[in-house]
Ligand binder design. Structure first.
Ligand code: MN
Length: 271
């Protein structure tokens, strides 16, 4: 069975990029995940790699998707740096964080971030966890993260901050069991983003593309907000009403920016 990585070489990549056609891999079932559209696996791969390329993810962090036909399962890579994830690395888990078919592969300690959010939020189809450098200052101070411009307009509904120490005392800071994940999911509530004190953030969305978009623009927003505040004086943020209206446009333009992101990382898959 040819692999996603193996197929996307040379002329195939050029053809896909130039023609706008779906990658050939989209027609190839995954050997390890029967019934899962390879296009969904590709979104996880592209999202993981582009966030790493932007420095939103480094050696850590992960992108997952709810299983398309079994809402009580989700898909995420084996324990691996996001920049290295291929479709063949993606595994299936239940909502208790158990791998369906581990086959000796190591799994992420913080998979409970994903399992507990999928449990709590039936609307969520994708979860991204980052250690975004931009958001850390907003996770450890009382300065709220607010929407600076139209792309991160989803922040205008408010950004809660989860402090692991509040209910769990002094820990390793990692969301390494279901109780910690549940607490994080409760603080997320119905919002698209939650910051984690001294750790990073989690973004969620109705698709992998939107969750990745939100992870990227949350980091950009945080950096710009720190710059605007450093200039001094009052910052003129988007209002919640502007946020709702502007976020509708994000759903219209997502495929445009996704195409650019895909072009950016596809060559890394052919190596
Ligand atoms: Mn983490």
């Amino acid at each position: 069975m040819a692999t996603f990585r193996g197929i996307l070489t040379g002329a195939a990549v050029a053809f896909a990029l130039l023609s706008g056609a779906s990658p050939i891999s989209a027609q190839m079932p995954s050997a390890s995940l029967p019934g899962v559209d390879p296009a969904l696996l590709e979104d996880i791969v592209i999202g993981s790699r582009v966030l790493a390329d932007f420095g939103v993810l480094d050696g850590f962090g992960h992108v997952s998707a709810r299983h398309p036909t079994n809402p009580n399962h989700f898909l995420m890579a084996r324990s691996l740096a996001p920049a290295l994830v291929t479709a063949d690395d993606i595994m299936e888990f239940d909502l208790d964080g158990n791998a369906v078919d581990a086959r000796g592969r190591s799994v992420f300690l913080e998979r409970f971030i994903h399992s507990e959010i999928y449990k709590a939020r039936p609307d969520v189809m994708s979860v991204v966890h980052t250690h975004s450098a931009g958001v850390i200052p907003f996770s450890v101070t009382k300065v709220p993260l607010k929407a600076m411009f139209h792309n991160p307009s989803f922040l205008a509904v408010g950004v809660p901050v989860w402090d692991i120490r509040k209910d769990f005392g002094e820990t390793s800071m990692l969301v390494s069991d279901a109780a910690l994940g549940k607490s994080l999911a409760e603080t997320l509530g119905d919002k698209p983003v939650v910051l984690m004190r001294g750790h990073g953030d989690v973004t969620v969305g109705p698709s992998v593309k939107m969750a990745v978009f939100r992870a990227y623009y949350t980091d950009v927003n945080a950096k710009l907000q720190a710059q605007a505040m450093a200039l001094g004086g009052e910052v003129n943020y988007l209002t919640p009403g502007e946020g709702v209206k502007a976020d509708k446009t994000n759903f219209i333009v997502i495929d445009r920016i996704w195409g650019v992101w895909k072009m950016r990382v596809l060559p890394t898959l052919s190596k």
